[in-house]
Design a binder for this molecule. Sequence first.
Ligand SMILES: NC(=O)c1ccc[n+]([C@@H]2O[C@H](COP(=O)([O-])OP(=O)(O)OC[C@H]3O[C@@H](n4cnc5c(N)ncnc54)[C@H](OP(=O)(O)O)[C@@H]3O)[C@@H](O)[C@H]2O)c1
Length: 437
Amino acid sequence: MRARPVVLAVATLQLALPTSMLVARWLDEGSRPVSERPASWQMYSAEPPVTYTGTDAAGRDSVGRRSCCTRCPRTWYRPAEPRALVARASLCEFEAVPRRHALLTGATGWIASHLLPALLADGWTVRACGRRPRPHWFPEQVDYRSVDLTGDEGLGGLYDGVTHLFHLAGASSSTATEQEMHRSNVLATRQLLAAAPPGLERVLYMSSSSVYGEEVQLPSPVTEDVPPSPSRGYGKAKWESEQEVWAQGAAGLPVVVLRPVSIFGPGNIKLLGSAVLDTALEAWAGLDTLAVHARPIEQRLVHIEDLVRASLHLVEHEAAVGHAYNVVTEDHPSSHDLASILAEGLGMRLELADEPDCGLGYEDRSATRQQMLGQGMQPHILLTEQRLRLLRKANRNNRLSVDALLATDFRFARADLGPAIHQSIEWYRNNRWILTR
Ligand SMILES: NC(=O)c1ccc[n+]([C@@H]2O[C@H](COP(=O)([O-])OP(=O)(O)OC[C@H]3O[C@@H](n4cnc5c(N)ncnc54)[C@H](OP(=O)(O)O)[C@@H]3O)[C@@H](O)[C@H]2O)c1
């Protein structure tokens, strides 16, 4: 009988303590969630999110979501008052962890033009660097540094406060000589990683599937643990750069390597972009069929959105450290499938030809391109000497395994290539990177 008051007291304490903590947090935060629910309650429960309204630090009205902090797996919703932004950290169970601060190299390049906005939207703080002066379109919250990673003058405070490195800077054979490819891939990677501070949480290196090469037959599908055998200058430079990354990994740097295949999507100026241009040139020149060689060649592609999603996913996936990942859509269209998608997108029909060198020659395509430029076409997409070059590249190691990537619970969002390519063609058309009559 004497135990009853003790039990009662313990029960009251068990109820009162968490309730008073929740109320205290709510009062301290000063937010007014639309749902009238305490923010901390919302944050720690699995209930559907509520939207917070209020004024941000600059006095602007705001409504919407923010991520909480570096590692918080939950989404934080913007509090109603500026002082609540300060109180926010004290609400997070991961409060000791600093915000996620990315250093993004190759930030003026094409892949980064997609990755940078995705990082910002995901709540990262970003320091970006390229060699050219700050691009005018960079959002003002991005700290931009113009630096040649192969220079002798050191990297200054490039790493200050950085928690994660996304190393994208590099040069490819479309625009660079062998010497430049070596400098901007191998030397740049060596110097950048040599300056990496201890305590960096992750280094993500953007390598390439070209490291596998095309001459030596590798097991099919090619898994990431197969010793690569690069056959050309670009693949060799990327593989040598990877050696720099793996050496630093062996010395304790938490590295993860991505090996994407040809990437396509809005803003792409080569590979599939060049094939879109070739098709548009022939349509403009009045051809109503797109001719391709009757012998089909298996292709491989990945949409830029999936590469960006894979990068954001792997850079925070604990088990990814020390591993390489092929990044390629599982669907492997033939050159006929791709040509048929391109032809349809430009209002043409597919024609299978006996000759590999069918369609308009380089001079005719150059002349047509000049006419289109005269009509206001933007000059960004590269015109290749070999027509539809991407579709003609046979590769005995074309099939790559994506089992490792899928085992991390990553799923492709743009696996249906037809609609994704049509959407890209639409982007080129809308931005006048191609013209159609
Ligand atoms: N695009 C693809 O289909 C593809 C496929 C597989 C792998 N990758 C790899 O992905 C990465 C990014 O590709 P991307 O298509 O975005 O390349 P990109 O458009 O050619 O951009 C290259 C970037 O690297 C920077 N850079 C080059 N050399 C540098 C140096 N010495 N110091 C500092 N910055 C330097 C450039 O800066 P500035 O322009 O300001 O000089 C630019 O920001 C590359 O490493 C590439 O090998 C690309």
